[in-house]
Design a protein around this ligand. Structure first.
Ligand code: MLT
Length: 366
C-alpha cells in the first residue's frame, strides 16, 4: 500500500515507489520535481529511499559539521576527457579546503544526462556533487523526456571555467585550412565522420553549428566522452571533431591531430598560430564551454556555501591556474563563483540555445 515516510533528518518527504502520481494541477515545482525524478526508475527511487536514511544517519545531518566523510564528484563523461580533466584539477584543492577526500566518479552516457540524472536523484546532503558543462543548458531542448529539470532539480554552487573549442581532424586528412575543410566536407556529403560525446555534449553542439555553417551533413560517431573520441581521432578511426582545448591542445601541439580553427573571438595563447573561426570565414561557429558545480535541489544553503567557498579557494590555487593556462583556459572571475551567477548563466543559456538547437533540428538519442 502506498505510504509517505516523513524523514525529518533528510528535510523532505519520501514516498514509496508504488504511490500514484498526484494531480498535476495541485503540484508545486518541488512536488513536480519529486514526481519527475521518481518516473526515471522505480528501482532507482527505492535506492534513494534507502541511501537517504542510511546516509543521514552516518553523517549526523548534512548541515551539521559538513563535511564529515568522503564526497563523490560525478563527471557525466568518460575518464580522461575534458570535463574529467577540469574536475580532477579542482578536486584536490577543494578536498584540502573541505578536509575530506573527494572521489571523482565517471557516470558517462547519453550526452551527460545519465550522470546528471544520478545526481538529481541523490540525497541532497552535499556528499554527491556534479560537475557539468554547457550541456546542462542544451539538454532540455535536445531531450523532450529529460528526467530532470536543470533549474529546479539542482542547486548551483558556482561557475568554474569557460573553455574554447577547436575544430580538429585526423593528421592525414587532406584539407589544411578551414576553408579547404568546408570544401572537402561539401564534396563528401555524409561521408565525413565527426566524433562527438553524444547528443547533449558540447562536441555535438559544435557539430550542429558546423553542419549548419558548412551547409552539409556529416556522419556523427557518438562516444561516451571525447577522451576516447580523441584517441580514435589520433588513430585515424574518425575524420574530425570539435572539442575543448582542455582535451585537444596536447595532441595539436604534438602533431597527433590537424587543427583548423578555435571557436572563440580571440586566439588562444597556447595555440597562437591557430586562427579563429571568424578569421577563417565561419563566424557562425562560435561556442565556448562553461562548466559549473551542482548539488541536488534542497541541499542546505550552508552546505552549498561550504562547497562554493572550497571552489573559490581551488580556483585561486596557482597550480590550478597554471595547469588550466597550459590547456588553453582559466578559472572564471571570482564574482562568477557564486550560486547566483551560476544560476543566472544557466537560465540565460537555456534561453539562448533552445532556439538555436530547434533551428538545427537534431534528433535525440546520441
Ligand atoms: C563534450 O563533448 O561534451 C565533452 O568533451 C565531454 C567530455 O568531457 O568527454
Amino acid at each position: 500500500m502506498p505510504h509517505e515516510e516523513s524523514n525529518p533528518a533528510c528535510g523532505r518527504t519520501l514516498r514509496s515507489p508504488s504511490e500514484p502520481a498526484r494531480s498535476t494541477s495541485a503540484v508545486t515545482p518541488r512536488a513536480d520535481r519529486a514526481r519527475r525524478l521518481r518516473a526515471v526508475s522505480v528501482l532507482a527511487v527505492g535506492a534513494v529511499l534507502v541511501s537517504a536514511c542510511s546516509g543521514t544517519e552516518s553523517s549526523g545531518g548534512a548541515s551539521g559539521g559538513y563535511p564529515d566523510r568522503q564526497i563523490t564528484m560525478v563527471v557525466p563523461f568518460s575518464a580522461g576527457g575534458p570535463t574529467d580533466t577540469v574536475t580532477r584539477l579542482i578536486a584536490e584543492p577543494m578536498s584540502a579546503k573541505l578536509g575530506q577526500q573527494i572521489v571523482v566518479q565517471n557516470v558517462e552516457g547519453a550526452g551527460g544526462t545519465l550522470g546528471a540524472g544520478q545526481v538529481a536523484r541523490a540525497t541532497p546532503d552535499g556528499y554527491t556533487v556534479l560537475m557539468h558543462h554547457i550541456g546542462m543548458s542544451t539538454a532540455p531542448t535536445l531531450y523532450p523526456q529529460l528526467p530532470y529539470a536543470p533549474l529546479e532539480d539542482f542547486e548551483t554552487v558556482g561557475l568554474v571555467t569557460e573553455v574554447p573549442m577547436t575544430i580538429v581532424g585526423r593528421k592525414d586528412l587532406a584539407p589544411n585550412t578551414l576553408q579547404e575543410l568546408v570544401a572537402y566536407v561539401r564534396g563528401n556529403p555524409g561521408g565525413v565522420t565527426l566524433a562527438t560525446a553524444g547528443v547533449g555534449a558540447a562536441s555535438q553542439l559544435c557539430g550542429l553549428l558546423i553542419e549548419r555553417a558548412f551547409q552539409v551533413d556529416v556522419t556523427e560517431v557518438p562516444y561516451e566522452g571525447t577522451g576516447p573520441a580523441l584517441t580514435d581521432l589520433v588513430g585515424g578511426q574518425v575524420d574530425m571533431m570539435c572539442d575543448q582545448t582542455t582535451n585537444t591542445t596536447g595532441q595539436i601541439t604534438a602533431g597527433g591531430v590537424k587543427a583548423y580553427a578555435v571557436t572563440t573571438p580571440e586566439r588562444v595563447a597556447v595555440l597562437p598560430d591557430l586562427p579563429t573561426t571568424v578569421e577563417a570565414g565561419l563566424p557562425d561557429v562560435q561556442v565556448s564551454v562553461w562548466h559549473g558545480l551542482y548539488v541536488p535541489a534542497d541541499t542546505p544553503p550552508e552546505v552549498v556555501q561550504a562547497l562554493t567557498d572550497a571552489l573559490t579557494v581551488a580556483l585561486q590555487d596557482q597550480n590550478v591556474v597554471a595547469a588550466m593556462a597550459k590547456l588553453g583556459t582559466a578559472p572564471v572571475a571570482a564574482t562568477d563563483v557564486t550560486p547566483q551567477a551560476h544560476s543566472d548563466q544557466l537560465r540565460q543559456q537555456i534561453d539562448f540555445w533552445g532556439p538555436v538547437i530547434k533551428a538545427a533540428s537534431p534528433t535525440p538519442g546520441g
